[in-house]
Design a protein around this ligand. Structure first.
Ligand SMILES: C[S@@+](CC[C@H](N)C(=O)[O-])C[C@H]1O[C@@H](n2cnc3c(N)ncnc32)[C@H](O)[C@@H]1O
Ligand code: SF4
Length: 453
């Protein structure tokens, strides 16, 4: 499906380096003025029956993939991982002593890095520590990110044994030429084997991660990869646009920039993969997720947090581990990024908060608008008024009206109480969100954010 001249002009005009809005304000604005004292006070202020969502970060991989922008490092030895688990247990002990006793735990997510780098004994140990400290039960959605190259049957037994009921498998692309250009060799068989390990043990909820915009990827090669993914029939598929930020992720300097598809090719790939997946029964959700029609991601209200799109609507997200971010009603907290710094801080203080953000009333309003745009592609006066009051909603409605009036590219369509993005505008949702972002610095943005298409 080639792009016509109008599409090309549009992409050239609107492709820009913009945030992915997994939070508002985005994490690059967090300040060191928020520390462990604030975190303790914020946790103490939670309602006794607060619903918590728990994120545990495992910042280790066997080797670094060249494209990776995650907070992780390669280790061939296991002792740094074992030491890290000691620190995690200490942080779990501190945080669980601060959260309300009557809390509920609808969501638990282990991400990374690669949580399946943990040994069988340590998977069980970490699962046991969390169960002893937080109220996990049979209803808890317990998801783990999996690097298929690290999986074994014993590890699958251990994950299922501690209650894992959802997995997310890293695939990226099946094309050998693309794999060679991103430093990640992983056959179809290896991906399928890890999927089978979990399905054989009763885990029925499977996500697969893919990336478009990788070096040497073409529309045709991506179509072949997606056809093979469809054969494996995952319940959810996340297809992220490649974020190339070599100034921040130094491993990306290994990527041959001359082989990267440009904005036009990326746009065409995104359009084609969307058609391919929606034709085979997947529903498109938000910017880059797809799910089977009956999957909860497609049937429940969609939310967005640091892990991307989720059904998780908990107001409080507790982040455990190096670099982990938490969200509380009062604001955001982030742990020290470097593993050594994280361990020292937990050793001294029990917590490792190094920076964060205290939300203002205006931040809450804009965060709500941006999250709804990213999830539903709509701006609704009624929804804002219901959450924040009519006066606040009116102030933002003026900004929304100005956008609709000055909409040269036909991205927006007026509705009874606001606007919605047109099919033409949807791929550019980050551009629209950026118009509600009071902190975005268009000059500094280029080095910090990925391309909006
Ligand atoms: C923590 S990893 C997934 C689990 C496991 N480590 C693996 O790679 O199989 C999270 C996902 O982020 C995505 N990702 C990493 N770096 C990216 C980048 N620079 N741009 C877009 N997506 C990226 C990949 O799809 C990856 O699967
Ligand atoms: S993509 Fe996954 S396996 Fe590769 S370096 Fe990043 S976190 Fe590790």
């Amino acid at each position: 499906m080639s792009l016509n001249e109008i599409d090309k002009a549009l992409v050239m005009r609107r492709a820009a380096a913009l945030p992915r809005y997994t939070s508002y304000p985005t994490a690059n604005h967090f300040k060191p003025t928020v520390g462990p004292g604030d975190y303790r006070n914020w946790l103490a202020g939670l309602a006794d029956d607060a619903a918590l969502s728990l994120y545990v970060h495992i910042p280790f991989c066997n080797e670094m993939c060249w494209y990776c922008a995650c907070s992780t490092k390669a280790t061939r030895r296991y002792d740094p991982v074992a030491r890290y688990l000691d620190t995690l247990e200490a942080e779990i002990a501190t945080v669980s002593g601060l959260v309300p006793r009557g809390h509920r735990l609808p969501h638990l997510h282990w991400g990374g890095g690669s949580p399946d780098i943990l040994s069988v004994a340590d998977i069980t140990r970490l699962g046991g520590a969390l169960k002893a400290s937080f109220h996990l039960d049979a209803d808890t959605e317990f998801a783990v990110e999996i690097d298929p190259r690290l999986m074994t049957a014993d590890k699958a037994d251990a994950f299922v044994g501690i209650g894992v009921n959802r997995i997310s498998i890293g695939v990226q692309d099946f094309d050998p030429a693309v794999q060679a250009a991103i430093g990640r060799m992983q056959s179809y068989e290896v991906s399928k084997a890890s999927l089978d390990l979990f399905r054989d043990r009763g885990v029925t909820s499977v996500n697969m991660d893919l990336v478009y915009g990788l070096p040497h990827q073409t529309e045709q090669s991506l179509t072949r990869t997606i056809a093979r993914v469809i054969e494996l029939s995952p319940d959810r598929i996340a297809i992220f646009g490649y974020a190339h930020l070599p100034q921040r992720a130094h491993n990306q300097k290994l990527i041959d920039e001359a082989a990267l598809p440009g904005p036009m090719e990326r746009f065409a790939m995104a359009r084609r993969l969307t058609t391919q997946l929606t034709k085979t029964g997947y529903v498109q959700l938000g910017l880059d997720h797809f799910a089977r029609r009956e999957d909860s991601l497609a049937t429940k209200p969609l939310n967005r947090n640091f892990q991307g799109y989720t059904t998780d609507g908990a107001e409080t997200l507790i982040g455990l581990g190096a670099s982990a971010i938490g969200k509380l009603p009062q604001g955001y907290v982030q742990n020290a990024v470097a593993v050594g710094d994280y361990a020292n801080r937990v050793g001294q203080n029990g917590l490792a908060t190094t920076r964060g953000w205290t939300l203002t009333p205006d931040d809450r309003l804009r965060a709500f608008v941006i999250e709804r745009l990213m999830c539903d592609f709509t701006f609704s006066f009624a929804a804002i008024a219901a959450n924040f009051g009519e006066a606040e909603a009116h102030a933002l409605l003026r900004e929304a009206d100005a956008l609709v009036v000055n909409d040269p590219d036909g991205f927006l369509k007026s509705t009874d109480d606001g606007f919605e993005l047109t099919p033409r505008g949807r791929p550019f949702v980050r551009n629209i969100c950026a118009r509600f972002d009071a902190y975005l610095n268009p000059v500094a943005g280029g080095a910090k954010h990925s391309m909006s298409v």
